[in-house]
Design a protein around this ligand. Structure first.
Ligand code: IPM
Ligand code: MN
Length: 352
């Protein structure tokens, strides 16, 4: 098969980890006789520096014309400490999600047998964990009306959801649950928030269409606690944008390193794949960042965007083998030999 893939490396360690995912994807393509054409495009602080905005139209055109988007990370410290900056790299990410219609962010959390001891949580708690968050990505407080009043002394961010936004996300959740453990947890704060009551009411009304799925409704504060106590009791979790942002960072700890967790953002047409970690500015250019989350995002791309399960499995096997053999970056080296970002990428590609 032939694919065009938009390549949005972004900021910080983005370009370094993306380079490894490209190397690994090319190795897979060679092995299975596919042809990938990479279409690099600007985003994030790198795009602000070059053309004055974080998600330029030219980048959007390239994404629209591609079969999938592979994304690194965005964010630069020069904007973090300047709340008055007129344009921020993160705006590019939000604009991209909205314009590409990526309303569902799929964030799996699973454990690696060889890393069970690396998690700060006890082995018996995390063993067998295999859950997926479906985070709503283009609505809620991230996109509601925001502003200042009273001469800047009062600030507000509105959280708004329509029934249709909840339905389309929940539908993906039910469908995903049907392919897995048939359990769905709706995470909300329905004891306080009106938007959460709309979520709950909407999901309840959909239950009859999926009689095989066992649905639970849990408050977000309780999930934050249960997630680290009994992560292996969950299967598919659906939630709104901000709750999902927070809980998926928390969930990444279960696997042992944030540098391992991939994600996919899907919607009506386009699909985007990215590591869940950020741009890790302190590590930029040092060849120390863990490329595995991006490499595993490429595996998700083969599986979800192109329907190529075997290709994805080959990548996952190579990553598992690297972890078992200690071919890891410093975040996982634990006093042992730490390999560079590039060396891990080379090893994975060679083993494919
Ligand atoms: C994420 C990130 C983004 C978000 C930031 C960079 C805007 O934290 O993808 O989880 O909050 O969605
Ligand atoms: Mn986040």
């Amino acid at each position: 098969m032939k694919f065009n893939i938009a390549l949005l490396a972004g900021d910080g360690i983005g370009p370094e980890v993306i380079e490894q995912a490209v190397k690994v994807s090319d190795a897979v393509a060679k092995k299975f006789g596919h042809e990938i054409t990479w279409k690099p495009a600007l985003t994030g602080a790198a795009a602000i520096d070059a053309v004055g905005e974080p998600y330029p139209d030219a980048t959007h055109e390239i994404c629209l014309a591609s079969d999938a988007v592979l994304f690194g990370a965005i964010g630069h410290p020069k904007y973090d400490n300047d709340p008055s900056a007129p344009v921020r790299p993160e705006q590019g990410l939000l604009k991209m999600r909205k314009k590409l219609g990526l309303f569902a962010n799929v964030r799996p959390t699973f454990t690696f047998p060889s890393l069970l001891e690396k998690s700060p949580l006890k082995r018996e708690r995390i063993e067998g964990t295999d859950l997926v968050f479906l985070r709503e990505l283009t609505g809620g407080i991230y996109f509601g009306e925001k502003g200042r009043r009273d001469g800047g002394e009062t600030a507000f961010d509105n959280c708004v959801y329509t029934r249709e936004e909840v339905q389309r996300l929940a539908k993906k959740g039910f469908e995903l649950a049907m392919t897995r453990g048939k359990k769905l947890c709706c995470v909300d704060k329905a004891n306080v928030l009106e938007t959460s009551r709309l979520w709950r009411e909407t999901v309840q009304a959909m239950e009859k269409d999926y009689p095989e799925v066992t649905v639970s409704y849990e408050f977000v504060d309780a999930v934050a606690m249960r997630l680290v106590q009994w992560p292996n009791s969950y299967d598919v979790l659906i939630t709104e944008n901000l709750f999902g942002d927070i809980l998926t960072d928390e969930a990444s700890v279960i696997s042992g390193s944030m540098g391992l967790m991939p994600s996919a953002s899907v919607g009506t047409d386009n699909q985007l794949f990215e590591p869940i970690h950020g741009s890790y500015p302190q590590a930029t250019g040092k060849n120390i960042a863990n490329p595995m989350a991006t490499v595993l995002s490429a595996a998700m791309m083969f599986e979800m965007a192109f329907g190529l399960q075997e290709e994805g499995a080959v990548i996952r096997d190579a990553v598992n083998k690297a972890l078992a053999e200690g071919i890891v970056t410093e975040d996982l080296a634990d006093g042992g030999k730490a390999y560079g970002t590039k060396e891990v990428g080379d090893w994975l590609a060679a083993n494919i």
